[in-house]
Design a protein around this ligand. Sequence first.
Ligand code: ADP
Length: 407
Amino acid sequence: GLAFVLGSLLTRGIIKPINKIIHISRKFSSGDFSHKILLDSKDEIQELGDTLNMMADSLEDKIKKVEIKNQQLKAILESMVEGIIVTDKSGHIISLNPTVEKIFNILKQDAEGKLFLEIIPNNDIADIINYVLKNGKFKSCEISLVWPVHRYLEINAAPIFEKDSISGCLLVIHDITEIRRLETMRRDFVANVSHELKTPLTSIKGFVETLLEGALLDKENSRHFLQIIQSHANRLDNLVNDLLDLSHLESQEIKLEKEKVNLKALTDDILASFRSQFKKKAIQVSNDLNRDVFIIANKEKIDQVLTNLIDNAIKFNQEKGSIKIYSQDLDDKIKIFVEDSGIGIPEKDIPRIFERFYRVDKARSRELGGTGLGLSIVKHIVELHGGSVGVESTEGFSSKFWFILPK
Ligand code: ADP
C-alpha cells in the first residue's frame, strides 16, 4: 500500500510537468509563443522546460526577422518601376510585381502557378526563360511587344540556384518605349532641321554660281536673283532664330521673369505692328479683350505667342477675311481666342498641328515664309506658364486657336 502511494506520488511529480511541457510545445509548433513553460522544480525537467523556452524565444526572434525581411522585399518589388517575374524550374510563375500586371494587363492571382506562356503569350520571352533554365546562364535582350499595346521592352533574365542546381528564373523587365520614342523624335528632328536648312542653302548656292558665271552682268536678272537669295537668307535667319527660341524654351534652366501684363494693351501693340499686312489683304481685325484683364506672365514670351498666332491668322486667311481676338473668364484662369476666317485645318491634321515642323501644306507654308516651328513655340511658352493650348477648326471656313493661362 505504501509502495503504491509513494509510486503514484512520484509519477504524478514527473508526469504533470511533462504534460505541461507537451501542451506548451504544441503551442510553440503552431507559432504561438505567447505562453512560457513555468515549472517550480529544480530538476532536469525544469532544465528541459528552460531550454525549450529559450528555443522558443530565439525562434520567435528569427521568425520576426524573416517577416520584416519579407515585408521589405514586398515593398521593394511593389515600388519597382521594372517588372519582376519569378518562375520555378519548370517555367511556372511563382511571383510577379504590379509593374508586370500593368505592362501585360494581367492579374497576379490569375498568373501565379500557371505556365508563363499560358498567361503571357509571347514566344520571345518564353524562349529567354527556357534558355536560362536550360543553360543556367544570364541572358539579356530587347523585344518589341505588340500585345496588349505596342511597347519596347528590355529583358534581363538570370537563373536562380538552390545549392548547385537551377531552381528557377528571375526576369527583370524594363519598359524602354519612352526612350525609343524620344530617340525617334530626336532623329526625326535632326533630319527635319537638316532638310529645312538644305533647301534654302542649295538655292542660295545655285543663284550665286549663276551670278558668278556671268548673270552678274545682266543687270535686270541679277537684281531678281539677288532678291531670291535675300528671301532664302531671310528664311534661314527665321529658321535659326526659331530653333534658338525652341532650344532655349526646352532647356531646363529657363526662368521666366514675370510681371503684371495687360493683355488688351499688349495685343493692341502687336496688331499695330501688323497694320500693313492687314491692309494688304484687306483683313478686318477686332480686339475684344477686356481692358481690365491682367495676368502675371513673361510679357516678351506672351507677346511671342500672340504674334505667332496672329501671324498665322493673317498668312492662312482669305482676302477680305477677318480676325477676332477675345477672351473667356475661367475663375482663376483666362482663355484667349485668336479666331480667323481663313482656310481652316483638316480634321486629321489637328492632333499633330502643334508638333515641330508639322505643316498641312509644306510648300504653302514655306512660300509664306513659315518655318513650321511657330505653333510648337506657342505650345512651349504657354506650358511653361502652366497653361494649355488647342485649336478648333472647320476646313475651308475658319480656325479658332486658344490658349489658357493662369491669371
Ligand atoms: P508655319 O506657320 O511656320 O508653317 P506653324 O507651326 O506656325 O508653322 O504652323 C504649322 C501649320 O499649322 C501651318 O503650316 C499651317 O498648315 C497650320 N496653321 C497654323 N495656323 C493656321 C491658321 N490660322 N489657319 C490654318 N492653318 C494654320
